[in-house]
Design a binder for this molecule. Structure first.
Ligand SMILES: [Zn+2]
Length: 263
């Protein structure tokens, strides 16, 4: 019987969003007290190649976009439970010197994409030095053809990837090897481009199985959209079983196709 590693997607963790700091802590405590190891994406890729895991119960914890609340609310909890996580940053939003430690609920709800709602490089460097947080690419302008965040210059996907990777390298001195596709959108062509640029892995928003022999260029994830522990436990069970994860993914895909027909 094979094993699949669930990859969790979070965005915000703050008091006015679907995942509150208390809810997030309960989930992390659940992972910790139930013997789950939180892997880096390098370790997940290693598992794809070798089929070996140090702990059968493993997960990967990821955050998209690079919001300030990850530093204020999520990072202290990850430290407390000694859990690794990966944050995918939209590099044009990350400020250099604006060192902010307090979270502004009003600003978050009024203008989610204000630069003050995002991490700073100083915060990122502290998190990286802890050895728990890995910073990876989410493009420079949150790429989407024709409607990237605040991008009037309309860079190509290749330009977005190169620029994002270059900035991460300049700021942190290490290469970004993984890309999480903004909006979960990618094509065969964009995967090819990412490979050519030197990315070793890519993450979608598609659900499914991450098992021995899986491609690191199409890592499956599920969105943690609820904080209740019963739901959380069931999702972990679902995505820990390759056949159940695949079966669910095919139903989910089928369901989506049907819905699209009626749109
Ligand atoms: Zn995003």
């Amino acid at each position: 019987m094979g094993v699949s590693v669930p990859v969790l997607t979070y965005h915000h963790v703050n008091p006015s969003r679907e995942i509150t700091p208390a809810g997030f802590e309960k989930q992390m405590q659940f992972l910790s007290s139930n013997g789950y190891a939180a892997l880096s994406l390098e370790e997940l890729s290693e598992f794809f190649r070798t089929g070996k895991l140090k702990q059968t119960k493993s997960v990967v914890i990821t955050f998209d976009d690079g919001y300030l609340d990850n530093w204020v609310f999520a990072y202290p909890v990850l430290k407390k439970y000694d859990l690794k996580a990966t944050i995918f940053v939209v590099t044009n939003k990350i400020q250099d010197k604006n060192y902010r430690d307090s979270f502004d609920t009003e600003l978050d709800l009024k203008n989610e994409r204000h630069p003050d709602n995002f991490l700073s490089w100083e915060q990122i460097r502290i998190m990286e030095k802890s050895g728990l947080i890995d910073i990876q690419a989410h493009t420079h302008y949150h790429y989407k053809e024709g409607e990237s965040w605040g991008n009037t210059s309309n860079l190509s996907v290749q330009e977005e990837l190169v620029l994002c990777r270059k900035i991460i390298e300049e700021e942190l001195g290490n290469k970004s090897l993984f890309i999480a596709w903004p909006w979960g959108e990618y094509t065969e062509e964009s995967i090819k481009t990412a490979k050519e640029i030197g990315f070793k892995g890519a993450l979608s928003t598609k659900v499914g199985s991450n098992e021995f022999g899986s491609s690191a260029m199409e890592i499956k994830r599920f969105k943690v959209s609820r904080e209740d522990l019963d739901w959380f436990r069931k999702r972990l069970e679902l995505y820990s079983s390759p056949w159940r994860a695949k079966l669910y993914a095919s139903f989910y895909g089928f369901d989506r196709k049907i819905r699209n027909l009626w749109k």
